[in-house]
Design a binder for this molecule. Structure first.
Ligand SMILES: Cc1cc2nc3c(=O)[nH]c(=O)nc-3n(C[C@H](O)[C@H](O)[C@H](O)COP(=O)(O)OP(=O)(O)OC[C@H]3O[C@@H](n4cnc5c(N)ncnc54)[C@H](O)[C@@H]3O)c2cc1C
Length: 500
């Protein structure tokens, strides 16, 4: 892991001048730093990435328990077909293990888990696909035009040509039955975009269907943190300094002497001061920079930018509502109740999904997909919980935990007594992530722009020269979108620095 100690040694506290300061060490910020460092002669430009947390990755991070389990901070998968991931990451080094295509579905009143197969990717599954109790024959026939669209069109055309509507309306336009939508599409897509189908973008629906049709979902060796660490390492190898545990408190724009009518001379190129607080020592430090990229989530960016001349009106903009997600991990002795590396969806219908009594949306056993998630002889179960089922109050967590156990016991009757027994299925982690994803429909802030929107404007307000934005709110609310936004901001910085 890119540790605080390693990163601290590479930062020179006495030299507080940089060509570029990137604020935020999530996927978007790291993609920015790499794009700039790669374009310049290695080590020719001074680039600093400032991250408030003790490790890089932002929303793509993992915890490592003393007894050998890896808990990703919320259920996440690595989608191999993402175009920007293919460009930026070394897949071999990640040692990815793939999920099986399709999903298992727990249907109401059916003990046996049903299969949703993907015969396009596993031809031998064609009979399984036709005979599956999930969806009628008509639903299966209606999948063909959908698959045709996502396979024959490239991503850009899916975004450009397909009309934007909500995903529920889009699915209905293919004449899928309500039962099929509720037992398969709803738990699958709501597990990805964390919001009801009626609030999801149809363009994002086509995009994700394409990603899952042309490639696999996978987990890397060592958890999702390995993906973030690979980017962090790449940035450091290219000469980027990474400063962890450091929160940017504000950004000031230097005005030139003639504009400022001041006696103090400020170097012309040195356009910004980034004021950084050290979390533990309560110290503040000023770092001067020619260019700055704000690569945090939307709400932090809005707060940091509102003191910049020309951007004061951001103060009156409402906060962007973000989608929350929860996740509980259970560790237990092998075997797992489901020994296939596959996603299991709650297809019991909306009364028995995402409620306080029936909280589960989907589960998977990460240790079955990648053995590195659990020590020998043990398994890990990851349960995803959506907004309606979760609560911020600690006292509610015990009852949520018990509701999850009861629901899973009914799904796996042969394992019921172990699942209920807290000493056998041990609760290993409980995550509640309140800024998991920006909402997809929100005036200018809709998060469905393939390739990313212009990185030199925020909410229609032009940024000052040399200041840019990155982060998933600038593209699509995905790992790929965060990378795209970072590359865009990096390209803009390169062209800005080349003019200096
Ligand atoms: C549980 C979960 C599961 C997900 N699963 C998937 C998935 O399977 N596939 C997919 O494509 N996407 C998934 N996503 C979405 C994806 O992870 C995000 O879209 C992406 O990681 C966002 O990256 P980012 O760089 O834009 O933002 P962030 O990851 O939020 O990075 C911003 C960084 O800025 C730092 N920061 C904030 N304020 C300051 C400050 N003042 N000073 C310094 N640093 C600061 C933060 O600590 C953070 O590290 C998931 C998200 C979550 C939460």
């Amino acid at each position: 892991m890119i540790s605080a100690a390693a990163a601290e040694t590479s930062s020179k506290d006495d030299e507080a001048y940089y060509d570029l300061v990137v604020i935020g060490g999530g996927i978007g910020g790291m993609a920015t730093a790499i794009t700039v460092a790669k374009h310049q002669q290695p080590h020719a430009k001074k680039i600093l990435l400032i991250e408030s947390e003790p490790s890089v990755g932002g929303r793509v991070r993992s915890d490592f328990t003393d007894d050998g389990f890896i808990l990703d901070r919320g259920f996440a998968v690595f989608i191999e077909a993402y175009p920007q991931s293919q460009q930026m990451l070394d897949y071999d080094a990640l040692r990815l293990n793939q999920f099986l295509p399709g999903a298992r579905v727990k249907l109401r009143n059916k003990e046996k888990l049903a299969a949703v197969s993907d015969p396009l990717r596993r031809r031998r599954d064609i009979i399984k696909a036709i005979t599956s109790p999930v969806g009628s024959l008509r639903d299966k026939a209606n999948l063909l035009p959908l698959f045709f669209t996502v396979i024959t069109k490239d991503i850009q055309s899916l975004f450009d040509d397909e009309a934007e509507t909500d995903t529920l309306s889009c699915l209905r336009s293919y004449n899928f039955s309500e039962e099929f939508i509720s037992s398969f599409f709803a738990p699958f897509l709501e597990g990805i975009y964390l919001t009801p189908l009626s609030k999801q973008s149809s363009k994002m629906f086509y995009f994700v269907m394409k990603m899952f049709t042309v490639g696999s979902a996978a987990l890397p060796m060592g958890g999702m943190q390995s993906v973030s660490d690979q980017l962090g390492q790449k940035a450091q190898d290219l000469g980027v300094e990474i400063k962890l545990n450091s929160r940017v408190l504000s950004i000031q724009q230097h005005l030139r002497q003639e504009e400022q009518h001041s006696t103090s001379m400020i170097a012309k190129d040195d356009a910004f001061s980034v004021i950084v607080g050290n979390r533990e020592q309560d110290e503040q430090r000023h770092i001067n920079a020619k260019s700055v990229v704000v690569a945090t989530d939307y709400n932090v960016a809005r707060n940091l930018l509102q003191d910049i001349p020309g951007l004061e009106s951001l103060k009156s903009l409402p906060k962007l509502s973000q989608r929350s997600v929860g996740c509980i991990y259970y560790a237990f002795q092998s075997p797992a109740p489901l020994e296939e590396p596959i996603l299991l969806l709650n297809g019991e219908g909306h009364e028995r999904r995402n409620t306080k009594q029936f909280p589960v949306n989907n589960i998977c056993f990460p240790s079955i997909v990648h053995k590195s998630y659990a020590p020998d002889g043990y398994e890990l179960c990851c349960v995803s919980l959506l907004e309606n089922a979760i609560s911020e109050h600690d006292e509610d967590q015990a009852s949520l935990d018990m509701a999850v156990r009861k629901q899973l016991s009914a799904w796996f009757p042969g394992f019921a007594s172990d699942i209920i027994d807290e000493s056998k299925w041990v609760t290993k982690g409980f995550y509640l992530i309140s800024n998991a994803q920006p909402t997809q429909f929100n005036e200018e802030g809709c998060a469905n722009v393939h390739g990313g929107r212009d990185c030199d404007a925020f909410q229609g307000l032009a940024m000052p020269d040399g200041m840019f934005l990155a982060g998933d709110h600038m593209a699509t609310a995905t790992f790929n979108g965060a990378l795209e936004s970072g590359v865009n901001a990096g390209d803009a910085v390169n062209s800005f620095l080349s003019k200096k």
